[in-house]
Write a protein that binds this ligand. Sequence first.
Ligand SMILES: NC(=O)c1ccc[n+]([C@@H]2O[C@H](COP(=O)([O-])OP(=O)(O)OC[C@H]3O[C@@H](n4cnc5c(N)ncnc54)[C@H](OP(=O)(O)O)[C@@H]3O)[C@@H](O)[C@H]2O)c1
Length: 496
Amino acid sequence: MSSCSLVIFGATGDLVRRLLLPALYNLAATDLLPARCTLVGVARERLSGEAFRRSLADALRLHLAGPPDQRVMRRLLGSVRYVIGDIDSPRTYGQLASALMSIEDHGEVSADRLFYLALPPMMFATVATHLAAFGLTAERERAGWRRVIVEKPFGVSVDSAHALNQELTDVLEPHQIYRIDHYLGKASVQNIQTLRFGNGIFEPLWSRDYVDNVQITVAETVTVERRGRFYDATGALRDMVPNHLFQLLAAVAMEPPARLDAASVHAAKTTLFDAVRPASANDPRHDIVRGQYRSGSVGDASIVAYRDTPDVDAASTTETYVALRLRVATPRWADVPFYLRTGKALSRARAEVAITFRRSPTMMFPDEQAQRLEANVLVLEVAPEEGVGLRLNAKSADPLRAVDSVDMRFDYRDYFDAFRAVGYEKLIHDCMVGDATLFQSAAMVEAAWRAVAPFVDAAGTEPSFYAAGTEGPPEADTLTKPDGRRWRPITEGDAR
Ligand SMILES: NC(=O)c1ccc[n+]([C@@H]2O[C@H](COP(=O)([O-])OP(=O)(O)OC[C@H]3O[C@@H](n4cnc5c(N)ncnc54)[C@H](OP(=O)(O)O)[C@@H]3O)[C@@H](O)[C@H]2O)c1
């Protein structure tokens, strides 16, 4: 019987405890993990194997949507191993090799290995290099596959992403590298593709002929919390745009790939990123607004100003909010403005893509009614609600009103029982079966950084400020107003 080892570097960290472990539990609960699958954690904290297992069980109790099933817990955690070690020390890899050999009956069984690098990004290349040096990632005949999942962020610029790609491909084959962006694990993000290409009614409208503008919003209520050191050196633009926001952009704006396989989808997305430009050809400074939150309140919680956060420079100019205006220089999207924004400590958590269609000619309606007719908006809801909404104009039931705007909605929760996924399930499973479609290729990440570079260069130093708990800096309106458009309200958040 074959075995599969899932080696997690950074096994005591936040990502593992909060997201990866619940995802693995969900996979085990739905029989989507290989029958003989052993978790191997690696970190520096000095824990016994048993203490590590107990801490994982505690994390599951804390972070699962409901009480864990003991049978599934035993299946997932029953044979867990823990290797104490620094990623810089060759000894760590020697110990890991011994652990893997014993799991794999000293070469007696065909053994697959998935290495998950849930580590700070500057450590990715070091670990890959050591793994290769110890022969742990070599794919030999009948030995089983070896794959490496690399977390985000993947580089902080074109050059650093390129250098990281180079370091990884120096020691691994391209087909062994899985660059993750967990947004792609969400059914509601994958659904953008299904909605576009699996229904006869949308794709014919999906162009400059019918679309007036596209808005992509990833609004968070959370602050930078304990990530001050990382965040202050990174900012919202680099932390969120080339990955999460661009994955939404790609799903909406890419050309239909010839097939829905990894090579075709990656090529379509890379081509799309190559076509992204700041909207103002000559001066991209008009296409970016950066904001930073001051103190305020989100719901009942008081929020301290970003500059007063631990590990953040008291005079920091790092943005916690960014809004961009861009165009996609393809025949399909010529002249259609794309507005992207993301921020922390905003009034409401909401991630969505809103496609506003051109208005219908309304001359047959009396003036007073024509003014009430709104543009149709198709809203692809990604978080926290997952679904699709369509804003329509309808004859009002009120005898004194002729028209009103109404919403048609599809909510994932109304249709799919299995809707408890944290998003990583699909990605871990796809990696185990060797399907890289929902991961990022080397060319794709570099193209995304290339597309973001003009905005980074135009960003300026001083951010605009906004009170925590609001919709972001009022200056963001300077991106939409000159085009005669408005941002959709974050707070109301319906399809209006
Ligand atoms: N947390 C999230 O929600 C989230 C979401 C998306 C992506 N990510 C990405 O996931 C990665 C991990 O993030 P995280 O939030 O889990 O970080 P974290 O909580 O700081 O955890 C880092 C882990 O790495 C281990 N580690 C650090 N230095 C090490 C070393 N020299 N040798 C061995 N182990 C070492 C730490 O354990 P010891 O200190 O015991 O060694 C810990 O287990 C990052 O790339 C992050 O960008 C995180």
